[in-house]
Design a binder for this molecule. Structure first.
Ligand code: GLN
Length: 291
C-alpha cells in the first residue's frame, strides 16, 4: 500500500466515526510515522509504499485516534505561538485561544521603557506554554511558572530544554498554600494564568476527547469554576508591584462573575479581549490606586 491510499483509508474511517478534520488527522499521523513535521514534505512520500514497520505504527496510531485519543497526545507534540512543544496527559493540550492571552501580555509589556527587571508569574503553568511563549519574545524578562502537578512541571522543564530557554524557571507550588505570597513578596510586574475554570457541572458535558484525555485538575476546580480567580484576586495585592497587572483567561459566560470577584477584591478591570468566536476570553486587571 502507498501512503496516499493509507491516508485516504484512515481519513474515511475517521469521518465515519464523526472525527472532525478527518483527512487532516490522517495526514498528521502519516507525518508522525514518517518522522517529518512539514506537510509539504509529505508530497515527496505520497506514492511510496509503507514499510512493514510503518504500516504497523500507522495502524496503531489510527486505532488510537479511532478511540478518540486526541491527535496531539498520539503525536506527543504540538505548536503554540510558533513554538514546537511536547504535550502529554500531564497537562492541557494548548488551545489557540490561549495565544490571545500571550499577545495581550506582550502588548502591555511593549510600552515599558526598561525590560530588565520585568518579573512575571504564570499560575498553573501546565506544559509551560504561556511562560515559554512569553520568554521567547521577552528575553530580558524573568518568568516563573508554577503548578501543583509534579508531572506538569517535568513536562514544562522538558519543553524549556527543548527550546533552550534561559529566562524561565518552573517550580512546584500550590497557590492555595498560606505561605505562597512570601515566595514572591510584592516583586512581580505581571501575574498571568489560564486556570482550571470549568465548573463541575460543565465538566460532565465536555467533549470526551477533552474530558477523558486532558487532566481533570487542569480543567475543573471541582466547584463553580471561579475558585482560582478568587485566590488570584486575593493574592494579587501581595504579589504585585503597585503598578502590576493581572492577565487571566476566562471561561464561556464567566466574564461578569470574574469581574465582580476582581471588583470586590479592590482591583480594577482595565481590559477584556474576545476570542476567535467573539467570546470574552481574556481579562486584564490592575490594583486600584489608593485615593
Ligand atoms: N479552554 C479549555 C476547554 O474549553 C479549558 C481550559 C481551562 O479550564 N483553563 O477545554
Amino acid at each position: 500500500m502507498i501512503w496516499q491510499e493509507a491516508i485516504n483509508n484512515a481519513g474515511l474511517l475517521f469521518a465515519e466515526k464523526g472525527i472532525s478534520d478527518a483527512q487532516i488527522n490522517s495526514e498528521y499521523l502519516a507525518l508522525h510515522v514518517l518522522g517529518i513535521w512539514n506537510k509539504s514534505e509529505l508530497q515527496k512520500h505520497i506514492n511510496e509504499p509503507l514499510t512493514n514497520e510503518q504500516e504497523i505504527n500507522f495502524d496503531e496510531f489510527v486505532n488510537r485516534r479511532l478511540m478518540h485519543e486526541p491527535l496531539q497526545h498520539i503525536i506527543g507534540e504540538t505548536e503554540f505561538f510558533g513554538l514546537r512543544l511536547f504535550t502529554s496527559t500531564a497537562a492541557l493540550i494548548p488551545r489557540p485561544d490561549t495565544e490571545i492571552l500571550v499577545e495581550e501580555v506582550l502588548k502591555a509589556v511593549d510600552g515599558r521603557s526598561s525590560m530588565g527587571d520585568c518579573r512575571i508569574l504564570d499560575i498553573g503553568t501546565g506544559s509551560g506554554i504561556i511562560a515559554l511563549a512569553l520568554a521567547s519574545k521577552l528575553p530580558q524578562a524573568l518568568i516563573t511558572g508554577i503548578d501543583i502537578s509534579a508531572d506538569a512541571i517535568a513536562l514544562a522543564n522538558k519543553n524549556k530544554e527543548r527550546l533552550k530557554t534561559e529566562n524561565v524557571s518552573f517550580e512546584l507550588a500550590d497557590i492555595f498554600d498560606d505561605d505562597i505570597a512570601k515566595r514572591f513578596p510584592s516583586s512581580l510586574d505581571l501575574l498571568v494564568s489560564n486556570p482550571p475554570y470549568i465548573s463541575i457541572e460543565e465538566f460532565e458535558t465536555l467533549d470526551r476527547e477533552v474530558r477523558d484525555f486532558d487532566p481533570r485538575i487542569a480543567l475543573t476546580d471541582d466547584g463553580d469554576g471561579l475558585r482560582f480567580y478568587r485566590r488570584i484576586a486575593e493574592l494579587a495585592p501581595k504579589l504585585l508591584k503597585p503598578e502590576g497587572k493581572i492577565f487571566v483567561e476566562i471561561g464561556y459566560n464567566a466574564i461578569n462573575h470574574v469581574e465582580k470577584i476582581f471588583f470586590d477584591a479592590g482591583l480594577q478591570v482595565v481590559g477584556k479581549v474576545k476570542d476567535l468566536q467573539g467570546i470574552e476570553r481574556v481579562m486584564i486587571a490592575k490594583e486600584n490606586p489608593i485615593p
